[in-house]
Design a protein around this ligand. Structure first.
Ligand code: ZN
Length: 203
């Protein structure tokens, strides 16, 4: 499986990192060894002094598809989770200023925390869904999927022009504003609506 991520998909977050709001989705990938499951702790890697959380809604692809049009895209997913796209912001900055790809700041081991999945049957409207992240019991990020610049069906249409989507692939759909650092001893909890989906420690 592969992990596909959308960058700068919420206007407020694009602004906070001083990026332009994109006219096409910004896509990057993480390898399967990036997955961090089952509320296991996240160990801060030694190569970063500024490790950030980014809470995101994640869609799981449930069948193979290529060149999927937007109007059929909803047939390719039926469950969602909440995830954290851990980012080594200092490495990302370094790569960005040199005009280089920032893959290493995003794709390292355990950089894609993922919650359990819930069926879309249990969600009223996936394009109007509240989600949030707390750090040490304080709300640090709050989002609603209606604020995404590119909604999931548009993202699937865009990505699948280039890359075949396969069963089990995950799409991280971007983070709202409020990203910030994690430190040893922090506790992160992520929610979809009021449902606690994920609860783990930073070590
Ligand atoms: Zn992200």
């Amino acid at each position: 499986m592969k992990i596909i991520c959308v960058g700068r998909n919420y206007a407020e977050h694009a602004k906070e990192l001083k990026n332009d709001v994109p006219s096409e989705p910004v896509i990057f990938f993480k390898p399967d060894c990036a997955l961090l499951r089952n509320n296991k702790p996240f160990f801060i890697p030694s190569f970063s002094k500024n490790l950030h959380y980014e809470v995101e809604i994640v869609f799981k692809i449930n069948k193979v598809g290529k060149s999927i049009s937007k109007k059929f895209a909803h047939r390719y997913y039926d469950s969602i989770a909440v995830g954290i796209d851990f980012t080594a912001r200092d490495l990302q900055e370094k790569c960005r200023t040199k005009g280089l790809p920032w893959e290493i700041s995003k794709a390292f081991d355990n950089s894609a925390a993922i919650s359990r999945f819930i069926s879309l049957d249990d969600v009223k409207n996936v394009n109007d869904l509240n989600f949030s992240l707390t750090k040490n019991d304080e709300v640090v990020q709050k989002g609603n999927t209606s604020d995404m610049i590119f909604h999931i069906d548009a993202v699937i249409e865009y990505i699948s022009q280039f890359v075949t989507l396969k069963t089990g692939d995950l799409i991280y759909t971007g983070t709202p504003s409020g990203v910030g650092p994690v430190n040893v001893g922090d506790r992160l909890q992520a929610f979809i609506d009021d449902k606690k989906m994920m609860d783990f420690e930073i070590k």
